[in-house]
Design a binder for this molecule. Structure first.
Ligand code: PLP
Length: 356
């Protein structure tokens, strides 16, 4: 069986070598040495300004929205994983959707201004599939209207834009280290920011608001990661170069061998060093997608319809119609992409797609 992704696992011996340090110290959470080391390694590798590792990639969105959203209207993308929208609603803010760019698949920055009202407090956009939003245009709009910018960068581990980590953009940027993501800690995530005050608030918010054992800076929640998860992160981190280069090989093979006469690939934004996190293909119709999906399933190949449905159409969301996002969401399929996918398997996938 070939799934859309397969979790990268280090050897159990390597994982254990990191776990041993937690055993020696009898220290399993509360920002232990493994967590601090993982933060330091990520910061250094990608020259990131500030990072706080968390227990998943959703709670950082909620913390950022709690701090910067003020229960107002949040301009957001309808084409993302459900967590982007549900975090907004969970924090008693209102999602206001802006349609996406049909080739880059991220929020169409030229349509943002028309959606701003006196109640707008922030923009929450997703660098979907690791493809950066038009960050400079978004920053300009945010400055003009005094809005905060939060990026859901769940797919972006390793991505740089103009030679700068994509995590360094926005007031707050978040990532997911879930087992299905390109870099993982089993469950986990992170939040990033540039401003000292924002960092301080993010930091105390993720640890119950504590200012030492007896005092509190303010309201907080528990978003801390455990040392068991950070040990996995450190073990996976050792293999990052291999992970990126193996995934690049799969993507290159798809790009060179797929017949793109009735398919299209996502367009990667200029000046981007991409991470090969997903390989979406867009069909001419949903019917064509379903036909190919059926054929793939018969061969025990299970791609995923990331992201379907368009988030504005979900029952509990009830957003306005978003023609481009709804159309793309109905026609897009993510093909299998992971370390260890064999050339025979990729050839089989390509041949099934090319026959249709
Ligand atoms: C995976 C994902 C999340 C949620 O991350 P978790 O670590 O699973 O909580 C949020 N946004 C997007 C776009 C995602 O793909």
């Amino acid at each position: 069986m070939i799934n859309v992704t397969k979790t990268f696992l280090p050897t159990i011996e390597r994982y254990q070598s990191y776990l041993n340090r937690a055993w020696e110290k009898v220290w399993l959470t509360n920002r232990g040495e493994l967590t601090l080391e993982l933060e330091q390694k990520i910061k250094e590798k990608y020259q990131i300004n500030a990072i706080i590792i968390t227990n998943n990639g959703t709670i950082p969105l909620q913390i950022a929205l709690k701090l910067l959203g003020n229960q107002g209207e949040i301009i957001t993308t309808p084409f993302s994983y459900v967590a982007t929208t549900s975090a907004i609603i969970w924090e008693n803010c209102k999602p206001v959707f802006v349609d996406i760019h049909p080739e880059y698949l991220s929020i169409d920055e030229t349509k943002i201004e028309a959606a701003i009202t006196p109640n707008t407090t922030a923009i929450l956009a997703t660098h979907v599939f690791g493809n950066p939003c038009e960050v400079e245009a978004i920053e300009k709009i945010a400055k003009k209207y005094n809005l905060s910018v939060i990026y859901d960068a769940a797919h972006c581990f390793g991505v740089t834009y103009k030679n700068n980590s994509i995590f360094n953009y926005g007031d707050v940027s978040t990532c997911s280290f879930h087992a299905t993501k390109i870099f993982h800690t089993g469950e986990g995530g992170a939040m990033f920011c540039n401003d000292k005050d924002v960092y301080h608030k993010l930091y105390y918010s993720h640890n119950f608001g504590h200012n030492g054992p007896l005092d509190f800076y303010g309201l907080g929640i528990n978003a801390k990661i455990s040392e068991l998860q950070s040990a996995m992160g450190l073990a996976v981190f050792d293999h990052l170069d291999h992970i990126f280069s193996e995934r690049k090989k799969v993507v290159d093979f798809y790009m060179e061998n797929l017949d793109f006469t009735s398919l299209s690939a996502m367009k990667i934004r200029e000046n981007t060093e991409w991470n090969y996190s997903y390989f979406p293909v867009i069909f001419n119709s949903e019917e064509a997608l379903l036909k190919v999906q059926q054929k793939l399933n018969e061969a025990e190949i299970f791609p995923r319809r990331y992201f379907y449905p368009s988030l504005n159409t979900i029952d509990f969301v009830k957003g306005e119609t978003m023609p481009i996002s709804e159309s793309i969401a109905s026609r897009i399929l993510c093909l299998p992409l992971y370390v260890g996918l064999t050339s025979n398997e990729i050839e089989l996938i390509v041949s099934i797609l090319n026959k249709n």
